[in-house]
Write a protein that binds this ligand. Structure first.
Ligand code: FAD
Length: 484
């Protein structure tokens, strides 16, 4: 595999920012030619995305057989289950992040994948180093180049679903990345500071300190719970005169929240929220959001200070732009269909027949296993990443032992099977719910399990030490919400 360049780029390894064509390229740069040399006789596995799927896979691959090369617009992995905690200062942003290069031998190009050529085995990418959008997420820098691969793994995840509701993209906050969590934290504090101004009227205080969460799934519920903890534990003490104004409302179009949990657990969650004075408005249709309010069909205009939008997932536009007509997609065109070995299938010119490819895989939120509906969770993406990494390693060893020529193939290895480890959600006030098969747990014990599960799943020792340390110091001294 070779990397074909359209740009004149930097050579050599540098810890300083390097300048190419007047723009910053990368902090730790490598020459594209050098990358080819480093590869040697190994197969290059280009992984698109550094999330649960992509980062997990890169950490698994045996560096004696493969050169993992991650292409990602963000050079870090986000431990998404802890994002809501970082948005309210229970944890710092760094505790939900791991550097994509944390394992020596993983190569990273900070760029967006734009196109993929299955016959030439190249991916066209656009650098994503300098440019940022309004919440600080990186966007493309307009400079494109091509990268060659022996195997490609699509793990680009999904985007936030808005259902085309007017004003959501401009005025609501999503919770998908660290930049989103940072923007939410800043907005919460802005609302409190503005409400604390001597000039703020009663009506304005009520509006600013009304926080709306749209979406009653685990993300919306956990964020509301974490926000409740911040308001009741810390902001009530810092802004005692504003305590009577703040409130949280959760809107959902469905008749109940947490639909993936048993009814009894969802009812328990509602009870806990009602005790915490979090209002739940199910069967409510939000049809418009602007800078001052959410508009629902049932209640009309409701003035708010901040809207957090979490109504599920929309397909990553990369799939439609780069893969439509090339790989088999599900009926809605929102996911790549993969077989039991996580292989994507190529389409013929008319798009009517397809056959599995030995060198293109898809995992995580952007993949659909043989049309089966696996949940879009970190659990699934992580299991797929581990399975694919181990399977590729085994297949490489087998091929070497047999002395077969040609690329590594996985079809003779054991099939992928998802094993559900259960679901859980935090409800605030040190209470949670967990469900695994018919086993259910609620309250404090479930909360202990919730915290233990996420602590043990954390990737680095640094975070495994810092997370409980921060939980403890924040419990004793309150959240350090100055830093944002
Ligand atoms: P992601 O982790 O989203 O990663 C996608 C990667 O692709 C990112 O690095 C992105 O930058 C990159 N990318 C996107 N477009 C391109 C492109 N064009 N080129 C290159 N790279 C690209 N699941 C659980 O099981 N338990 C939980 O408790 C839980 N809590 C969650 C809390 C929150 C707030 C959120 C948002 C999600 C939560 N999830 C949870 C769901 C879980 O995070 C996702 O299912 C999981 O992240 C999917 O992994 P993925 O690798 O498919 O995608």
């Amino acid at each position: 595999a070779t990397i074909l360049r359209r740009e004149t780029c930097v050579r050599g390894v540098s810890r300083r920012a390097a300048v190419c064509g007047g723009s910053i390229i990368q902090r730790r740069t490598f020459s594209l030619q050098e990358l080819d040399e480093k590869r040697g006789t190994r197969e290059r596995v280009v992984i698109l995305g550094s999330g649960w799927g992509g980062f997990g896979l890169a950490r698994q691959l045996d560096l004696r057989h493969y050169q993992p090369l991650i292409i990602t617009p963000r050079t870090y992995f986000v431990f998404t289950p802890l994002l809501a905690s970082t948005a309210v200062g229970t944890l710092e942003f760094r505790q939900a992040m791991e550097h994509s290069r944390s394992r020596p031998g993983i190569e990273v190009i900070r760029a967006w994948a734009e196109q993929i050529d299955l016959s030439k085995k190249t991916v066209t990418v656009e650098g994503a180093v300098q440019s940022k959008d309004k919440v600080g997420s990186v966007i493309g820098d307009g400079k494109q180049f091509e990268v060659g691969w022996d195997k490609a793994v699509v793990a680009v995840g999904a985007f936030s679903q808005t259902f085309g509701v007017e004003g959501v993209k401009d005025h609501a906050f999503f919770l998908k990345d660290v930049a989103d969590a940072r923007a939410i934290r800043r907005r919460i504090l802005e609302c409190f500071e503005e409400a604390a101004l001597p000039t703020a009227s009663e009506a304005r205080k009520k509006q600013l300190l009304h926080f709306a969460v749209v979406g009653g799934g685990p993300t919306g519920i956990e964020f509301s719970a974490e926000l409740h903890d911040l308001l009741s534990d810390d902001l009530t003490k810092l802004y005692p005169s504003l305590a009577k104004y703040h409130r949280i409302t959760v809107y959902d179009v469905a008749p109940r929240i947490l639909s993936m949990f048993d009814t009894s657990l969802a009812k328990y969650a509602e009870k806990v929220f009602s005790r915490q004075k979090i209002s739940i408005k199910t069967s409510h249709h939000v049809h418009k959001v602007n800078s001052e309010a959410v508009h629902t069909r049932e209640d009309g205009e409701v003035l708010v200070g901040c809207v957090v939008w979490s109504t599920g997932l929309a397909p990553n536009p990369f799939l439609a732009k780069a893969l439509k007509g090339k790989l088999q997609m599900d009926e809605r065109g929102s996911k790549i269909v993969v077989d039991d070995h996580l292989r994507a299938s190529s389409m013929d010119e008319r798009g009517s027949t397809s056959w599995p490819l030995d060198d293109v895989f898809a995992i995580g939120d952007c993949a659909s296993l043989g049309g089966q509906e696996l949940p879009a969770t970190a659990q699934v993406a992580n299991q797929q990443a581990i399975w694919l990494g181990k399977t590729l390693n085994k297949a490489a060893v087998r091929k070497a032992a047999e002395g077969k020529p040609g690329p590594v193939k996985v079809q003779d290895e054991k099939k992928f099977r998802f094993r559900s480890l259960g679901i859980m959600a935090y409800l605030g006030g040190w209470r949670a719910i967990t469900q695994s098969g018919s086993a259910e747990l609620k309250g404090r014990m479930a909360w202990v399990l919730w915290r233990t599960a996420y602590l043990t799943k954390s990737v680095s020792w640094r975070n495994r030490i810092l997370i409980p340390t921060l939980w403890f110091t924040n419990w004793v001294m309150g959240r350090d919400i100055n830093r944002f």
